[in-house]
Design a protein around this ligand. Sequence first.
Ligand code: SF4
Length: 162
Amino acid sequence: MISALFVLTVAAGGFFAREFGLALAAEMIIAIVLGISSPKPRAFCSGLCPRGRALGFALRPISLGKTLPRMFSSRAFRRFLCGTSMFLVVMSLFQVRPGVAVAEWAGMVFWTLCLITLSLGIVLGIVFKPRTWCAVCPLGTLQDTIREGRSRQALSSPSGTP
Ligand code: SF4
């Protein structure tokens, strides 16, 4: 319930102050840092992410529980979605308008991303299983990609350690 309240606060708060969106940027940074430093796979997802828990909590009673077509959880699709969203976020951050504070602009970019992905997550969670968003979530894919990179690095290092 706390996770659901947090997600709602960020989503609704952005209508009044775009800086609420910076919460999403902070989540991304934490997920990347944990992805690089934690031995656990998807440490951010299992320990900290409010959205996954919020979707599971809020949508369980109304979810139709259908199975997501395999194509959407394929590695290629997830990477495409992750790469595209990262690209759009970075490009949008550089489009800062004159006279707009950087924090407000960045907040607006991340808040917009928050609303789009939350809406998608809700629709997917109603039609399919409550946490279906987690199967395609760019932040989850990013953590998987970092982990794969770390594993490859460990295998290629002479001592077998990174
Ligand atoms: S996959 Fe995404 S939404 Fe799901 S728990 Fe991980 S970061 Fe959160």
